[in-house]
Every structure is written in structure tokens, then in C-alpha cells.
Design a protein around this ligand. Structure first.
Ligand SMILES: C[S@@+](CC[C@H](N)C(=O)[O-])C[C@H]1O[C@@H](n2cnc3c(N)ncnc32)[C@H](O)[C@@H]1O
Length: 248
């Protein structure tokens, strides 16, 4: 079932606040965005599709780096309102559409990108096939998701954290790793539905579509990152994100 949590007023308010107030210090800005953008191939003259584009920051980044055209789609009207206000420049089009429906798009793309959105999709196999069909020959897919080890455990109300700290060291608590499927957890005051997929499920769904994996990335914290936010040293013990680059 599709959830459009970013259109839930109280969730959206807290999410926007987190992204704005912790600007430059949150995991998105310090870890996700730089690593994600490093994986995107040269966009000069390319047609780009951004799935779950949110505020449209990556759409704008692509246009500012020479992309010919960027289509950003998102299920949330709230996120697209902000995208249209803050990140609408020549060459970008934002469309209110769910990723589950992208087979309806009648264009081809050189590059498909998606940052932290695929873990909201139940049928990952279909999504990969749809992306394969939308990509032109030699096209590239770059995406990031919550790391499978981080969201594997089926949440129980008595669980506060998914790690324990002993003598200053973090030990990750991982359960249910091989039970692929729905994970429901409170975030910003609401129950958010995500889908856990173990590594074999992820990789096989990608390659079964016909795409070939070019690179996987589980970034380590940099010195600069640790100086800004010391707790990010624990990224070494508890990876936040997984990045994938695949080619047609
Ligand atoms: C964590 S935000 C990331 C936004 C943006 N990619 C970024 O990096 O700033 C996840 C986005 O995925 C969108 N999303 C979630 N489920 C979706 C679906 N089924 N179809 C399209 N977009 C979806 C949400 O509305 C939200 O904008």
C-alpha cells in the first residue's frame, strides 16, 4: 500500500524543520548529498529523471551542472510546492506522480536518480524493470536508500535504539535481516512505512531487470564530518546509507 507521509501536516512540519534547522549538520547534508552527487555521471546535455525528488535540490543541481532537461516526480504535493517555490529553474519540470506509476511516462532518460526514496516502495522488482524501460541505451541509475542493516529489525515498542553502547563503542542490534518486507516505525511523531530488503534481494532485483551494477558505496565519515558532528564516528560501526550505481 502506498503511503504519502510527506503530505501529513504534522509530519511535514517536523521534517521541514529538521532539514532547515540542522542545515549543514544533518546526515543528509554531511553524508548523503556529497556521496550521492559524486556517483552521478556527467549530466551535461543529458535528460534526467529524479524519482521522489522532494524539494528538488538534486534536480536543480543537475540543471546547474549542464543537464538538458530534468523531470522530478514525487507523490507529495507539499514537497513539490517547496520544489516549485525554491528550486524551479529553466529545464526542470515537477510532476505529482507516484513511483509506482512511472511506466506511464512517455519519455526516455539518460540518467535516473533517486535519493532516499526507494525504501518507500513495496514492489522493488517492478520499479527496477520500469526504470530499465525508461533508460536509453547506456543509461545510468544512481540511488541511495537507508542501509539494510539499519532498518532490518522489526520494531517493537520496547526498542529505543537499534544499537547498544558499551564502553563508548556502538554495537549494532540487527534482527529479522532475512525477513524482507514492511517496517513500521515512529518518525517525526507518525508511523512511517518503509520496506526492508536484504542484500541478495536488492542485488537480484536490480540485475534481473537487465541493469548491471557498476558501484556500491557505504561511505565512511570524513575528518571534517566528525569535527562538525562527533557522533558520526559511529558511521563506521553503523552505516546510515547504501548507494548504488547501475548501468543499462
Ligand atoms: C527522504 S525524502 C527525499 C527527498 C529528496 N530526494 C531529497 O533527497 O531531498 C523522500 C521523498 O520520497 C517521496 N516518496 C515517498 N514515497 C513515494 C512514492 N511512492 N512515489 C513518489 N515519491 C515518493 C516523498 O514524498 C519524499 O519527497
Amino acid at each position: 500500500m502506498r503511503q504519502n507521509i510527506y503530505d501529513n501536516e504534522s509530519f511535514a512540519m517536523q521534517y521541514d524543520k529538521m532539514r532547515k534547522e540542522q542545515k549543514g549538520y544533518n546526515a543528509n547534508d554531511l553524508i548523503e548529498i556529497p556521496n550521492f552527487r559524486n556517483l552521478i555521471p556527467n549530466v551535461k546535455g543529458k535528460r534526467v529523471l529524479d524519482l521522489g525528488c522532494g524539494y528538488g535540490e538534486n534536480c536543480r543541481y543537475c540543471i546547474e551542472n549542464g543537464a538538458l532537461y530534468v523531470l522530478g516526480i514525487d507523490i507529495s504535493k507539499h514537497m513539490l510546492d517547496i520544489a516549485n517555490k525554491e528550486n524551479l529553474v529553466n529545464g526542470i519540470e515537477y510532476v505529482n506522480m507516484a513511483m509506482e506509476d512511472i511506466s506511464q511516462i512517455d519519455k526516455k532518460f539518460d540518467i535516473v536518480i533517486s535519493s532516499l526514496a526507494f525504501h518507500y516502495i513495496k514492489d522493488f522488482k517492478k520499479l527496477m524493470k520500469d526504470i530499465y524501460n525508461l533508460l536509453d541505451e547506456n543509461g545510468t541509475l544512481v540511488f541511495s536508500i537507508d542501509h539494510p542493516l539499519r532498518i532490518a529489525s522489526i520494531f517493537e515498542p520496547w526498542m529505543e535504539k537499534n544499537y547498544i553502547e558499551l564502553n563508548g563503542k556502538w554495537f549494532l542490534l540487527v534482527s529479522d535481516y532475512s525477513r524482507n518486507g514492511l517496517r513500521e516505525k515512529k518518525w517525526n511523531g507518525e508511523i512511517v512505512k518503509k520496506y526492508h530488503r536484504n542484500f541478495s534481494e536488492l542485488i537480484n532485483n536490480i540485475t534481473d531487470s537487465g541493469l548491471k551494477i557498476d558501484k556500491l558505496l557505504e561511505p565512511l565519515p570524513t575528518e571534517e564530518m566528525i569535527q562538525k558532528v562527533p557522533k558520526y564516528i559511529h558511521q563506521i560501526d553503523r552505516p546510515f546509507f547504501l548507494f548504488v550505481k547501475a548501468v543499462k
